[in-house]
Write a protein that binds this ligand. Structure first.
Ligand code: GRF
Length: 194
């Protein structure tokens, strides 16, 4: 594993596709003098991602990369990350799957937050699946990103109770609140243990 800890805060990029509520919490917690990271780049595949506006307001550089059948921007992203000396990537609601090549060639650590208690419910629609299976609990997980989707080593998890009256939306809202607490804690652990 790459060593991240040093006298300076770790240069960090957050990858988003949508709302960016996790991005917001990460930015706020990174501003504390006790934080180990400095977020100086936000990457998105979606020019309409709300989180981009938040980043700009906080004077964080953003860049939107177009992903389509003919165009895979991963090489460009890697180059930009290198230029910016980024050593930590936090995926936060980023809806593209990064290739094995990208993961291998990035000189640092990649983390992801996933809205289920992994290894349960990898992939999408996690809340619906947990409710349909009559699970008593769901939750969220922060893990290292490896080429196998949602399967890297788990850093932290938080359990959230599922109530009878829950629907995917109400459960998602409660879990998201816990994600916001869990992600900064997991980042600290990942940096210290690097
Ligand atoms: C979160 O539930 C995260 O776990 C999942 O996508 C959602 C992103 O939410 N991967 P936000 O954009 O951070 O608000």
């Amino acid at each position: 594993m790459k060593k991240l800890i040093g006298p300076k805060k770790v240069e960090t990029a957050v990858f988003i596709s949508g709302t960016g509520s996790n991005l917001k919490c990460l930015v706020h917690s990174s501003l504390s003098k006790h934080s180990y990271i400095k977020i100086n780049f936000v990457v998105s595949d979606n020019s309409k991602a709300k989180g981009l506006g938040f980043a700009t307001k906080h004077r964080i550089k953003t860049k939107v990369y177009k992903f389509d059948k003919r165009n895979n921007p991963e090489k460009k992203i890697l180059l930009d990350l290198k230029k910016k000396k980024i050593k930590l990537i936090c995926l936060a609601g980023f809806m593209k799957i990064l290739s094995k090549n990208f993961i291998k060639n990035f000189d640092g650590i990649i983390l992801n937050i996933h809205p289920s208690l992994l290894p349960k419910y990898k992939g999408l629609n996690t809340h619906k699946r947990a409710i349909e299976n009559n699970d008593k609990f769901s939750g969220c997980t922060v893990h290292y990103v490896t080429p196998k989707l949602d399967s890297g080593k788990i850093i932290l998890q938080k359990k959230v109770k599922i109530f009878k009256k829950d629907n995917p939306k109400s459960l998602a809202t409660r879990i998201l609140k816990q994600e916001h607490i869990l992600y900064p804690k997991a980042i600290k652990i990942a940096v210290i243990n690097s």
